[in-house]
Design a protein around this ligand. Sequence first.
Ligand code: SF4
Length: 312
Amino acid sequence: MTIRHPEKVNKPINPIKKKPDWIRSKIVDSKVFFQTKKVVNQNKLVTVCQEANCPNITECWSKKHATFMIMGDTCTRACAFCDVKTGIPNILDVYEPAKISNAVKTLNLKHVVITSVDRDDLEDGGSHHFYNVIIATRKKNPNTSIEVLTPDFLRKGDAYKKILEADFDVFNHNIETVPRLYTTVRPGARYFLSLELLKNAKKFKKNIFTKSGIMVGLGESKNEIIQVMDDLRSAKVDFLTIGQYLQPSIKHHPLSRYYHPDEFKELKTAAKTKGFLLVSSSPLTRSSYHADEDFRRLQDARNKKLECQPLQ
Ligand code: SF4
């Protein structure tokens, strides 16, 4: 049996805290869930919903909302919060652009989220492959809005710009946590580089929406969260998601505490005052949770904002 997280074998054991009542995944018994599963399996696709063991899978798949994870199921990073497998990935699947675009067509999706594992082993971090997947998806599904949730392309120079050449609607890159916790939570990444990526995405592609997300419950303080909000606004990020960190195993980063739903409401209010177009903040919020409805909300919010601007 291959070990899913070889890098965590020698990590200390962090017992998992009992979940409070408000962390309950919805049980949905629907035909659509199994249809989604069939399309994923038939096309041999990888989804972050399964790989990250997402608590929202029954609800999302029952609405045909799956987040496709490209470039394999194995990540070259070893973030302490993440349940995606770590190791040496396989070579890229040249048929993946066709597989993803076909799945989007079969599921008749209005909105699709495409993410990937980190591919530090590739010279361009996988940006050309990401570009090919977006292009194929757009071509076959011209009426589907496309959201990309990308890696940080650390040490890959301008490679991320290839993705920006493609036609899509939302650029998402998760900042995940506060800068103080990066060395333990996201040791392979750099806080200010992630911010820079978000800033540059907006700079080079002004008509897209930019989006980022953080998890709470990793040991951050509220003041630190507020600072991240300010940093993301300085990078002109439009949409912020805030969700509860759930510890995947005893070898993952310890959960410091569960935030109460009222605290998520308070964080939402604080973020709204910072000027984000949209904020989603709740215990089960994930960066791709309700992404389809949220995309329409983003469009409405931008239109409203433009209506309120004085004529030049
Ligand atoms: S929240 Fe995102 S990752 Fe989780 S099941 Fe829904 S689409 Fe998949």
